[in-house]
Design a protein. Sequence first.
Length: 502
Amino acid sequence: MADPKGFLTTPREEWPRRPVEERVRDWNEVYVPGALLPIVSAQADRCMDCGVPFCHQACPLGNLIPEWNELVSREDWRAAAERLHATNNFPEFTGRLCPAPCEAGCVLAINQPAVTIKNVECAIADRAWEEGFAPPAPPERLSGRTVAVIGSGPAGLAVAQQLTRAGHTVAVYERDDRVGGLMRYGIPEFKMEKRHLERRVEQMRAEGTKFRTSTTVGRDVDAAELRARYDAVVIATGATAWRDLAVPGRELAGIHQAMEYLPLANRVCEGDLESSPLSAAGRHVVIVGGGDTGADCLGTAVREGAASVTQLDIYGRPGDERDEGAEPWPTYPRVYRMSAAHEEAGVLRMAPTVGAGLDAGADARLFAASTVRFSGDGDGRVCALHLVGVDAGRRPVPGTERVLPVDLVLLALGFSGPERGDGLLAQLGVEVSPRGTVTRDAGFGTNVPGVFAAGDAARGQSLIVWAIAEGRAVAAAVDRHLTGAVSRLPAPIGPYDRPMTV
């Protein structure tokens, strides 16, 4: 514990964002470049080095948070990077994209603002790259065993890196033309610039991991033949089967899934397209769904120059403070949070006024709002969204019916499991649960010997930190299967572990 009084004398200070008017004119990350390092050492001093650090329990990776907080407070960046990478393959990803359940479990958060764990993590990761503390770590010798990993999202990449470093020969199959899964084409550039992803992929290539892009297993390559060629196969395709909205008018043109919209904007940033065919420029946009994917659509639409943007959330507006009765510490609470995209939409007054008793925030969100139907014009294009306010039981509230003019509707309603249309699961013969996810045993194995499942494909839609933890744990299971011995690879979670909830 570097400063025994740090949590008493130093207030919480977060990485500042660039001014709204500046950042919405580009696709760069929203934070002020270089503004994190001057504050992060003092913020690390706020860590109390608790006897029982619940941040460990709240983080599925088991990150050694008090240890690297103390090292950062002493500005020992090399040692901090070693402790951080001991439990997390990709801290520059989680430091930008994870909603930080560790901070919800911070003991200081019982009665004060939590330690800025996520910011400290990001600072260590970035400093590690700048100082050369994250060199490739190829294995000393090869085992002669081969593994195919299907999917290159965070779970697939974590599996691949762990097994490659253990000496196995790993090939990652990705259906898109670039590696990264939803981190590549789902996460907007303003949340995480893809240079961070490219840098890590190049590290993995230098370690020996092979990547096979533009290859859909089940279509371009028969999955059963792939299983016969490799000693083990890991399904890490993610949960990309999107949920739809079964209301009248859904068939109208101009209504699209979020994951039809976001990848096109990312391809513009990659230089593949001059402009997006689904650009929100000059359009009235309504986003149905109140989660992070909806917020990603919101920030993207703002940057594309939408005429207006409204995000509908079927849940009521959360409170500003944790409800200790319903969601006691150290669970992750549902509280009102202002993402960068919501701040931008609020400052620029992007949302139309709705009224009629609906809880309209100053950040383009309408809470407790449910879509009833869509109306179209004479050409079969959507022109209006009909909504109604709902109570806590999602029952319509009389007198709250409203109509929003709309040219572009984006559905961000989450995902139910891996897609089934490519034939992958059927060709392998793996069993699927009623939820649509791949079933597996206590050792992460499916009903097919030598075939394992990692990440959202088996767990269901979850957080990036859980995906990386899954990848590390599955890698240990595969290593045991290949060697017939106890694995030296860490297994931070089991297949049935879940986040701390009430």
